[in-house]
Design a protein around this ligand. Structure first.
Ligand code: TRP
Length: 338
C-alpha cells in the first residue's frame, strides 16, 4: 500500500503559542515520528499576505519565528519536508485552474471565511485574494496529493471545499488525478486551550497567550496572573474546577494524572490556595517548555541553518508540486507544445 501523505501548515502572522502546541504541533510531531506518513509542513506566507499585503515585513519576520517554533518542538527536517508556500509557483497556477470550477457564491458561504471577514471588519472591502484563499488552500493540499490534513476544527470548511474541487476536477477532466483529503482533528475537548484570562480562545490579538518563546520569568508571571475561580476567595472556601483555567492547563500538560485528581479534590473541598496551585502549574510548564525554549535559542543563533532547511524543503516540495501541475495540465489538454 502507498504511504499516506500529510500536508499541513500555519500562516506566519506571529509566533506560535502553547495553544498551537496543544491544538496541532504535538500531534504533528507524533505523526511525523510514527513513520506512517510522508509529511509536508508548509509555512503559508501567501495566505498570510491575503490580509496583510501592506505589511510584508510582519510576514517575513514571522516566517522565521514559525520556523524556529517548528524546530524547537521537534519537527525534524530529516523526517518532514518543511517549506514556504510562496516559493512554489505551481501552487499559484493550480489555484488559477481551480478558480474556474468554483462559484463566487460558494466562496461567500464559507463559514470560516465569513467569520474572519466579520472579525477583521472588512465590510465591503474584502481583498479578492482573501475571499479565494480556500481555493489556494485546495491547491496546497492537492499539489502534494495529501491524504491526511491534521488541522483545527475551523479548517473543516477548507477541506470540504478541497474535496468539492477534487471531485469536480476529476469529473470534468475525466481522470483520477487529484486525491480527496481527509481532515484529522483533535479529539473533542482537547483541541483548544483557553487563554490566560479564561477566554475560550488563546490568541495574540486577545493578549492572553503564552508563547513557546517566552522566557522562564515571563512564563511564571503569566501563570501567576491566570484566571481561576472568582468565587474562591478565601483559601478555606470550596473552589470550582469547571472553567478554572489553571486546572484546564494541568489537565493538558501534567502527565501525573493522579496528582491532578488529588489537587482537584483538595481544591473542591476547600483548603487549597490559588497561589499554591499556580506555583505547581508553573513547575509543570517550566519542565515541559524549558527544553523547547533551549532548542529554540540554539537555532535562533544560527539563522543560516534555519533558512537552509526552508530552502531545501522548498526545493523538494517544488518538484512534487511541479509533477502534479504537469498531470493537471495534461488532463486539461493545455500542454500545447509538447
Ligand atoms: N488556513 C491555515 C491556517 O489558518 C493555513 C493553511 C494554508 C493550511 N494552507 C493549508 C493548513 C493547507 C492545512 C493545509 O492556519
Amino acid at each position: 500500500m502507498r504511504k499516506k501523505i500529510i500536508l499541513t501548515g500555519d500562516r506566519p502572522t506571529g509566533k506560535l503559542h502553547i495553544g498551537h502546541y496543544i491544538g496541532s504541533l504535538r500531534n504533528r510531531v507524533a505523526m511525523q515520528n510514527s513513520g506512517d506518513y510522508e509529511t509536508f509542513i508548509m509555512i503559508a506566507d501567501q495566505q498570510a499576505l491575503t490580509d496583510n499585503a501592506r505589511d510584508p515585513e510582519k510576514i517575513r519576520n514571522s516566517l522565521f519565528q514559525v520556523a524556529l517554533d517548528y524546530l524547537s518542538v521537534g519537527i525534524d527536517p530529516a523526517k518532514s519536508t518543511v517549506f514556504v508556500q510562496s516559493q512554489i509557483p505551481a501552487l499559484s497556477e493550480l489555484t488559477m485552474h481551480y478558480l474556474n470550477l468554483v462559484t463566487v457564491s460558494r466562496l461567500q458561504r464559507n463559514p470560516t471565511v465569513k467569520a474572519e471577514i466579520q472579525q477583521k471588519n472588512f465590510v465591503q472591502s474584502i481583498p479578492a485574494g482573501f475571499l479565494i484563499y480556500p481555493v489556494s488552500q485546495a491547491a496546497d493540499i492537492t499539489a502534494f496529493k495529501a491524504t491526511t490534513v491534521p488541522v483545527g476544527d475551523d479548517q473543516e470548511p477548507m477541506l470540504e471545499q478541497t474535496r468539492e474541487i477534487v471531485r469536480t476536477f476529476n469529473h470534468v477532466y475525466g481522470q483520477d488525478i487529484l486525491v480527496e483529503p481527509e481532515g484529522v482533528f483533535p479529539p473533542k475537548g482537547e483541541g483548544r486551550l483557553p487563554g490566560l484570562d479564561g477566554n475560550a480562545k488563546m490568541s495574540k490579538s486577545l493578549g492572553n497567550a503564552i508563547y513557546l518563546s517566552d522566557d522562564a520569568e515571563t512564563l511564571e508571571k503569566k501563570v501567576m496572573s491566570m484566571y481561576t475561580d472568582p468565587l474562591h476567595i478565601k483559601v478555606t472556601d470550596p473552589g470550582h474546577i469547571e472553567g478554572n483555567t489553571v486546572f484546564t492547563y494541568l489537565d493538558a500538560f501534567d502527565d501525573d494524572h493522579e496528582k491532578v485528581a488529588e489537587l482537584k479534590a483538595q481544591y473542591q473541598a476547600g483548603g487549597l490556595g490559588d497561589m499554591k496551585i499556580k506555583r505547581y502549574l508553573n513547575e509543570v510548564l517550566q519542565a515541559k517548555f524549558a527544553p523547547i525554549r533551549q532548542r529554540r535559542a540554539e537555532f535562533e543563533k544560527q539563522p543560516e541553518v534555519v533558512y537552509k532547511m526552508l530552502a531545501e524543503g522548498s526545493q523538494k516540495a517544488n518538484a512534487v508540486a511541479e509533477q502534479t501541475l504537469k498531470e493537471v495540465r495534461d488532463a486539461m489538454g493545455i500542454n500545447y507544445f509538447k
